[in-house]
Design a protein around this ligand. Structure first.
Ligand code: AMP
Length: 226
């Protein structure tokens, strides 16, 4: 099963992606996480991407598109994948659709988590990243995924690992810029959502309200996934 998941920063897209990934045991390919891993590892890709990410800008398509299309060609993607954070604009959407068509790869589901911009912004600053595993969601404002306190320090609720904040999550301008890109329905991410929702050809669209609890959103998604 091949799935695209869309949602603004702060919508719980990564958390829901991790739940789907766990249930179906498929690779969870997160463009942002790939960039962060490369930045942490000091690679050339990481060095090129960092300045864009810190500002909340998109990393140029010339870097991002081949990175994701190459990742989809790896062996672990042969029996399905969950793609999160890509496509982020209309050009990426059209390029991905063409690449899937050329590779004879079906797109089974498009999941869209719908959340008003003001709520998405409020949710961003409280999230925490586990240094051991990107699929260990932690958020200081949600009981279901609240980090654990140990010796006066917050640690990952899943594995006890160290938690970090993302620089781009604590920077108001970077948050606004990312949301400008997401909610732009002409060339931005909403344009990509509209493009894939209109694609037809056997792709099923699951649109869920992102406002309820993590469990409720997850049940709404799982209830519609085959
Ligand atoms: P995310 O973890 O999805 O919030 O992504 C963090 C940052 O990585 C974004 O603000 C962008 O700078 C960059 N990024 C992630 N995905 C893409 C993409 N598909 N195209 C361009 N830049 C991206």
């Amino acid at each position: 099963m091949n799935i695209l998941v869309f949602g603004p920063n702060g919508s719980g897209k990564g958390t829901q992606g991790a739940i789907v990934q766990k249930k179906y045991n498929m690779p969870h390919i997160e463009s942002g996480a790939i960039f962060r891993k490369n930045i942490g590892g000091g690679t050339e890709l990481g060095k090129k991407a960092k300045e864009y990410i810190d500002r909340g800008d998109l990393v140029p398509d010339g870097i991002t598109i081949p990175m994701i299309l190459d990742r989809l060609k790896e062996d672990d993607c042969k029996s399905g994948w969950l793609l999160d954070g890509f496509p982020r604009n209309k050009v990426q959407a059209e390029t991905l659709a063409k690449a899937l068509k050329d590779a004879n790869m079906p797109l089974d589901y498009v999941i869209e988590i719908v959340l008003p911009r003001d709520i998405a912004k409020l949710r961003i600053t409280g999230r925490r990243l586990c240094v051991n595993d990107n699929n260990h969601p932690n958020h200081i404002a949600f009981d279901a995924i609240k980090p654990v306190e140990k010796d006066g320090k917050l640690i990952c609720r899943v594995c006890g690992g160290e938690l970090k904040t993302r620089a781009d999550d604590q920077d108001d301008t970077a948050i606004d810029k990312r949301h400008d890109i997401y909610y732009d329905d002409t060339t931005g991410t909403m344009a990509a959502v509209i493009y894939f929702k209109g694609l037809g050809g056997g792709t099923k669209v699951i649109s869920v309200d992102g406002r309820p609890s993590i469990n409720e959103v997850s049940e709404a998604i799982m209830g519609k996934l085959a």
